[in-house]
Write a protein that binds this ligand. Structure first.
Ligand code: PHE
Length: 449
């Protein structure tokens, strides 16, 4: 069996974990949720959720991973030998596998839009709804773009923890932050930027309903990559001197910054164009934005190519670093459980995920008639994973750390055996035992019924 490596540096560990968190959820799902839930009021609640629930749950995943130095399934078996808790590890790896198989398809769409932007085809005056619908329902093209994206992810994972994940995260995360900077500045220069900013910054408290609060909790979980075994797996590569509470805070700050800045990029641009609906939903990035780019830069097409090219590049980088963590969560298990080489384990995961990915992609075209409870294969994967397994997993992680594990083990892991001070430990412990599991349970019941 291969020797287990750790991340070589603290910054490498933070950037890898932040890469997992920053993904399509920040640049695509967050602005959609903000648009649907009334702007600034949603953002306020979201920030609170990150602080009160997200960071403590992330710390719990970190401590489970770092304490055991193993993949997620083995981690639970080691901490609770012979007990049912192991099922949580199995669910985490399973859900990562499921999410990866459709995540690569959506990431493939981003790759396609990047190529279309850079080649200038996206800016030619067209009907963007038709462009998107024709592309995703094609039997071959989205499979091809998805497979290319899977190949990129595979290439990085097969290289291992330090020269794959860590090295590429250190390269891609600064690029991503740089692109965001450029886009925010460009977006502020657009004519509708004032209105966009007002939408993002001025909370209308009348819009704060129960459903807004619950959407915010759900978005916080998704965006921070919680309950999927990804952060647990990455934490198993953390060094013994890594400060877990600080790392969790750092990752959450980067993730939240990227989400809010994505709002600052998208809304001023969208408000610059009349008759474009901010509540456009999932089509915002692939249908609405191209037409915004087109209208806003109609007189300066080269600026349009650049802006949209940078935007889809941003989306692609964000998706890639997240896909890496999903892939690693499964690969680490296959590699350690079946005593395989990393290359073979990664190839087995890439191949089987891609097979499921083909089914997800075809569900927009030739297989669109295959449905269960009115959901096609793609929607079913998303529903089962993010609406059922994830919240349940979140609750189990809280109960496991808060009620099953010894308090002394938890405290010792979070303070590196007493070497660090963690003044908020009692608050953390209270949240993880009571506040977080109850809040997640509320989301679960709300989302499902
Ligand atoms: N957090 C990622 C995002 O914001 C999604 C993701 C979920 C990534 C689970 C990895 C694991 O898009």
């Amino acid at each position: 069996m291969e020797t287990r490596h750790n991340f070589g540096s603290k910054i490498g560990a933070v950037l890898a974990a932040a890469g997992s968190a920053v993904g399509l959820g920040n640049v695509w799902r967050f602005p959609t949720e903000v648009g649907n839930n009334g702007g600034a009021a949603f953002i306020m609640v979201y920030l609170l959720c990150i602080l009160v629930i997200g960071i403590p749950v992330m710390m719990s995943e970190f401590l489970i991973g770092r304490h055991t130095h193993a993949n997620t399934i083995t981690a639970f078996s080691k901490l609770a030998p012979g007990k049912w808790w192991r099922i949580e590890g199995v669910a985490g790896v399973f859900v990562a596998f499921m999410i990866l198989s459709y995540y690569i398809i959506v990431s493939g769409w981003t790759l396609y839009y990047l190529i279309q932007s850079v080649s200038g085809r996206l800016m030619a005056d067209r009907d963007y709804n038709a462009v998107f619908d024709t592309y995703v329902s094609d039997p071959w093209l989205p499979v091809l773009t998805g497979a290319s994206f899977m190949f990129l992810t595979h290439f990085i994972i097969a290289r291992g923890v330090q020269s794959g994940i860590e090295r590429f995260s250190k390269l891609m995360m600064p690029m991503l932050l740089f692109i965001i900077g450029i886009l925010v500045v460009c977006s502020f220069g657009m004519p509708g930027s004032k209105e966009g900013l007002r939408f993002l910054l001025k909370p209308d408290l009348a819009k704060l309903t129960g459903s807004v609060v619950l959407s915010a909790v759900g978005q916080a979980f998704y965006s921070l990559s919680l309950a999927m075994g990804c952060l647990c797996t990455y934490a198993s590569y953390f060094r013994p001197d890594t400060n877990l509470p600080k790392t969790a805070a750092g990752v959450s700050i980067i993730d939240t910054m990227v989400a809010v800045l994505s709002g600052f990029i998208i809304f001023p641009a969208v408000f610059s164009v009349e008759a474009v609906d901010v509540t456009a939903g999932p089509g915002l990035v692939f249908k609405t934005l191209p037409s915004v780019f087109n209208i806003a830069f109609g007189h300066l097409p080269w600026l349009g190519y650049a802006f949209s090219g940078f935007f889809y590049m941003l989306l692609l980088l964000a998706a890639l670093t997240s896909a890496m963590s999903l892939h690693e969560s499964v690969t680490a298990y296959v590699l350690e459980a079946f005593h395989m080489s990393r290359r073979k384990a990664a190839a087995a995961v890439s191949f089987s995920c891609m097979t499921l990915g083909v089914a997800c992609s075809l569900s927009f075209g030739p297989w669109s008639h295959l449905t269960l409870f009115g959901l096609n294969i793609f929607e079913l994967f998303d529903f089962v994973s993010s609406k059922i397994i994830l919240p349940l997993g979140g609750i189990v992680i809280c109960l496991f750390t808060g009620w099953y594990l010894d308090r002394s083990l938890v405290e010792s892991e979070l303070t590196n055996g007493g070497k660090l001070r963690f003044r908020l430990f009692r608050l953390y412990y209270f949240i993880i035992r009571f506040v977080a599991p109850l809040a997640i349970a509320a989301v679960f019941v709300h989302e499902l019924f």
